[in-house]
Design a protein around this ligand. Structure first.
Ligand SMILES: [Mg+2]
Length: 418
């Protein structure tokens, strides 16, 4: 049988794109930029589909090159076949390719949309909404190493930063990324944010670094606020279940329910109320749609997780959000912390806190090759950065549960290459 089209080539390019300021988190820091690997899958009829994966460098580029013997000559429409071809669950004991599969699935869906003249959301069941609401993502930040601007450490700095992004982008939901300072200090910051933004929804995420008892103390202390949910207060389904018994706020996760086995466990003995679906962590947009259907059946909440995206991955999040009937919360995105993007047209605009679902064929975003080159060269100059190190605390190891907090009074300058 003559196939409609087949995959002819797979290329990967690692880029690094600057952030407005380094983002601090419970495990370390995004050192002033994101590192992403951009994947191009080309077909024999000349279409190019785009994918994106977090991290990068020689090894990531080599992984995508090594997929060519598997996929060249393969029909990009055969996505279930591709799942087993490169990420069979028992073979994955030896090669964990879930995130690689995700990037290739994005690219194949992009190809199919272009070939069929429809946006990816139409392939996935059709769009239920034409724009997706996003939460502002409020981080503690080091100053920009080039300009010295953008620091967020004090309560006043956090409020000024949150107000500025609400003013600029129109957010009405705000997520505070904690787990950096002592929980008592972060509680003060969260309460101040709630006071300063009355009527807006809030969510808090300390990336699972608290003890169960600490999580219960914090959760009980914020019960009167307009919380969407408390996200990953502890690491582990059993700890989450204990917190859930004691705290009268929905719990959310992007860490302990990230595959179907864990989702099944959570259905059988519920520990988490809201599942934050990540198109990379779950192995593709389609896996997230399937997981959302399980959540719909068992009436668990669903939202869209951000693992630090450029425009290609953002497009996957928008198409996912468009087709989920049970998307009951604003999506997360780090996107408003970026200074630029590698897609044509630059950064996608926010309108009243939302981003429009791309309407062009496929993912609806195209590469700006000048930007790809510019940020690939920047990557070659700067290399990677250790996500799990804090440039301000070189001797520190993040343990779980953590008790080694950063000091909000510490205003020493940090050395970050740029
Ligand atoms: Mg999270």
């Amino acid at each position: 049988m003559k196939l409609f089209m087949t995959i002819r080539d797979i290329r990967a390019t690692t880029v690094t794109v600057p952030l407005k300021a380094p983002l601090r988190h419970a495990n370390g820091c995004h050192w002033g930029r994101f590192v992403r690997t951009i994947v191009e899958v080309e077909t024999d009829n000349g279409l190019i589909g785009l994918g994106e994966m977090g991290g990068g460098g020689e090894s990531a580029e080599a992984v995508f090159r090594s997929m060519k013997p598997y996929l060249v000559g393969h029909d990009p429409a055969q996505l279930e076949e591709m799942r087993f071809l490169i990420a069979n669950p028992t073979a994955s004991l030896y090669n964990n390719r879930t995130q690689v599969l995700a990037a290739l699935e994005f690219a194949c869906l992009d190809i199919l949309g272009q070939a069929w003249g429809v946006p990816v959301c139409d392939i996935l069941g059709g769009s239920l909404r034409d724009k997706i609401p996003f939460a502002s993502y409020c981080f503690f930040r080091y100053p920009n190493p080039r300009t010295g601007a953008g620091e967020v450490r004090s309560i006043d700095q956090m409020l000024a930063s949150a107000r500025a992004s609400k003013e600029k982008f129109g957010f009405t939901t705000h997520k505070l990324k904690g787990g950096v300072f002592h929980p008592d200090y972060e509680l003060e910051v969260y309460r101040a944010l709630a006071d300063a933004l009355p009527g807006d929804s809030l969510r808090f995420d300390p990336n699972g670094v608290w003890s169960t008892e600490q999580a219960i103390r914090f959760g009980q202390a914020i019960q009167g606020l307009r919380n969407d949910y408390l996200e990953d207060p502890v690491y582990g389904l059993n700890g989450m279940r204990r917190v859930r018994q004691m705290v009268n706020i929905p719990l959310a996760t992007n860490t302990v329910v990230v595959n179907f086995e864990q989702l099944a466990a959570n259905v059988l003995d519920t520990a988490v109320d809201v599942i934050l679906l990540d198109t990379t962590f779950w192995g593709g947009i389609r896996a997230c749609v399937k997981a959302a259907a399980v959540c719909e059946t068992f009436q668990l909440g669903v939202a869209v997780h951000s693992s630090g995206e450029l425009g290609i991955q953002l497009a996957t999040m928008l198409h996912l959000g468009a087709v989920l009937p049970n998307l009951s919360f604003a999506a997360d995105a780090h996107y408003h912390h970026l200074t630029d993007d590698i897609i044509e047209g630059g950064l996608m605009p926010y309108e009243a806190g939302s981003i429009r679902v791309p309407v062009g064929a496929g993912l609806g975003v195209r590469l700006n090759r000048d930007k790809l080159r510019e940020y690939s060269e920047l990557y070659q100059r700067l290399g990677g950065y250790p996500y799990d190190r804090d440039p301000g605390r070189p001797g520190w190891t993040p343990i779980v549960p953590n008790d080694r907090w950063a000091d909000p009074g510490d205003d020493r300058a940090v050395e970050i290459p740029f």
